[in-house]
Every structure is written in structure tokens, then in C-alpha cells.
Design a protein around this ligand. Structure first.
Ligand code: NAP
Length: 288
């Protein structure tokens, strides 16, 4: 009998368990682990998706270390969405245009690939819940000019809107979007918010106003035509005061939860090799 210690297995002999997660600061509120956990269980995939609390000062170090521990990628959320662009090796055109990434893929060659799937999630949600929506016919009106609004603007332009009206409480941020996204953008003053709705076929709240515990978004809706597609990126509560009033005026309303579900699907597919279904069960998993 030998008393030599057993040799550790070679790296090749160790089966890796795919890991993914969401990086934020703070992160406890995130519903992403519930969603990805639901999909992993549903497809019988032996992997895990975990919340990762990462301070801004540690972001670069954590991103270089995670692949060594079996992570195949991560989602990133506030406050890291912009900072990751400088840390990634490959940035997609749309993430560069939006100026933020929410999905990172750790490639086998060690390179970090950054993408932004918020705009995809936004459009996929509307196509799923308002199949008769035709964005290319009438102008769209976007309220807000933060990171989420930039993704919405990029996707609406891609969807072919003839004109994109935008207003933001801090006007300069809307002007900046016009400077970057071009001729289709028309900036409205915050005091003229109600006028933006005149003749619009699509209206989007991309501000955080209306979130639980925060003041509602207040705007005169007299100019809103029945049948207009109205959506809110805020999904807590699911029916915001803004959506409630739009529905009372005959608008077709779509809540923001579906965007959260759809934006998650491309990352899950890249990391775990299965395109997940965005259905009632996924919605219920996030709401549970
Ligand atoms: P952000 O970059 O911090 O931008 C916040 C935006 O909201 C800015 O335009 C800001 O205007 C505006 N705002 C904040 N409080 C306001 C108030 N009381 N009245 C009017 N405008 C106000 O945030 P973000 O990442 O763009 O996110 C915006 C919202 O979208 C958040 O509620 C977020 O949870 C939601 N979101 C949802 C999804 C989804 O999947 N459904 C995805 C991404 C984001 P100023 O520039 O004047 O400050």
C-alpha cells in the first residue's frame, strides 16, 4: 500500500458545471435568478445562475476571475452596464450604440463578449402581446433618456418608425440621443409632453417614474388616440398609473415584465445551449 497522496484530476478530466449569474450593486432585488432557475429546472440543465454582489471597484477583477471558476457568462445590471464596455474584449455594434451592455459571454479563448439585449426584449415583448402593432406607420413617442430609453430608441429605429419623438425631464440627455441617433429624432420639451402623443402610434414610458414607492408619471393624455400601443418599462407594479390611464382611454397596453423575460432569453441560450420559452410559466416564476 502506498502512502502517497492521490493526484488531483487533470483539468481535462473534470466535467465543468456551467455557471452564470447577474452582477449588480445591490442585487438582492433581482428577479433574474428566479427566471433562469425556472428555465434550468424546466430543461433539466445541470447548471446554476446566481446573484453576485459586486462593488464597482471590484468589477474588473471579478470579470477576469469568474471564467476560471466555471462561469460561462453573466448578466450585468445597475451600476455596471456602462463600465463593462471598457472591460470587454468584443462589444457588439448595438451595445456600443446604446452605450451599455447587459449580457456578457465568457468565450473559451478567454475573451469577454458584451452585448445589449434590452432592445431585443422590448420589441419581442410588443410583438408577442400586441401582434397587430405596426411601428413603421406612425411616429413613436419615448419618455425618458436613460440607459433603457437608449435601447428602446435603437430598437424602434431598427423597427422602422418614421419619426421618434423624445422628451426627458433633463432635456440635455434627450438632445444627446438626437445627436447620436440621428435625423428621425425630434426632441420635445418636458412641458410639452402631452403634445408628443398627438398622432403617435406607439408611446413608451422609459423613465423610472411609476415604480412602486416613487411618484407616478403624470402627463396629459387627451391627445392619445384609441388603439395606440402604450407600454411601460416599469414592471413593479405590473399595471402602472400610466398604463391604467392609457387603457381607460382605449389604448392597447403592454406591461414591462415581458421585456425582462425576453431580454434574458438570448443569454440563457448562449450559456446553456437551449433557447428558452417565454411563456406564462416563465412569467409566473418571476412573479412568485
Ligand atoms: P436610468 O438610466 O437611471 O434613467 C432613468 C430615467 O428616468 C431618466 O430619463 C430620468 O430622467 C427619468 N426619471 C427618473 N425619475 C423621474 C421622475 N420622477 N420624473 C420623470 N422622469 C424621471 O434608468 P434606466 O436603466 O434607463 O431604467 C429606467 C426604468 O426602466 C427603470 O424603472 C428600470 O427598472 C426600467 N427597466 C425595465 C426593463 C425591463 O426589462 N422591463 C429593462 C431596463 C430598465 P432624468 O434624466 O431627468 O434624471
Amino acid at each position: 500500500m502506498s502512502d502517497a497522496a492521490p493526484l488531483p484530476p487533470s483539468a481535462d478530466a473534470v466535467a465543468t458545471l456551467p455557471l452564470a449569474g447577474v452582477l449588480g450593486w445591490p442585487i438582492a432585488h433581482s428577479r433574474s435568478p428566479a427566471l433562469h432557475g425556472h428555465w434550468l429546472a424546466r430543461y433539466g440543465i445541470a447548471g446554476h445562475y446566481v446573484p453576485l454582489t459586486v462593488a464597482p471597484d471590484h468589477l474588473a477583477q471579478v470579470l477576469r476571475t469568474l471564467p476560471l471558476a466555471g462561469f460561462v457568462g453573466v448578466n450585468v445590471t445597475i451600476p455596471h452596464k456602462e463600465a463593462v464596455l471598457a472591460l470587454a474584449d468584443v462589444v457588439t455594434d448595438r451595445a456600443a450604440l446604446i452605450g451599455a451592455a447587459n449580457t456578457l459571454i465568457f468565450r473559451p479563448d478567454g475573451r469577454i463578449h458584451a452585448d445589449n439585449t434590452d432592445g431585443y426584449g422590448f420589441l419581442a415583448n410588443l410583438r408577442q402581446h400586441a401582434p397587430d402593432w405596426h411601428p413603421e406607420i406612425e411616429p413613436a413617442a419615448v419618455i425618458g433618456a436613460g440607459g433603457a430609453a437608449r435601447a428602446v430608441v435603437a430598437s424602434l429605429i431598427e423597427a422602422g418608425v418614421p419619426e421618434l419623438r423624445i422628451a426627458n425631464r433633463t432635456r440635455i440627455r434627450a438632445e444627446q440621443i438626437k445627436a447620436e441617433f440621428g435625423a428621425k429624432i425630434v426632441v420635445y420639451d418636458w412641458a410639452q409632453l402631452g403634445n408628443m402623443l398627438d398622432g403617435a402610434g406607439t408611446v413608451v414610458n422609459a423613465t423610472s417614474a411609476g415604480m412602486a414607492g416613487r411618484p407616478a408619471l403624470r402627463l396629459p393624455m387627451e391627445a392619445l388616440a384609441p388603439g395606440t400601443l402604450v407600454t411601460d418599462l416599469v414592471y413593479n407594479p405590473l399595471v402602472t398609473p400610466f398604463l391604467e390611464e392609457a387603457a381607460a382611454r382605449g389604448a392597447v397596453t403592454v406591461d414591462g415584465l415581458g421585456m425582462l423575460l425576453h431580454q434574458a432569453a438570448p443569454g440563457f441560450e448562449r450559456w446553456f445551449g437551449q433557447r428558452p420559452e417565454v411563456d406564462e410559466a416563465a412569467r409566473a416564476a418571476v412573479l412568485a
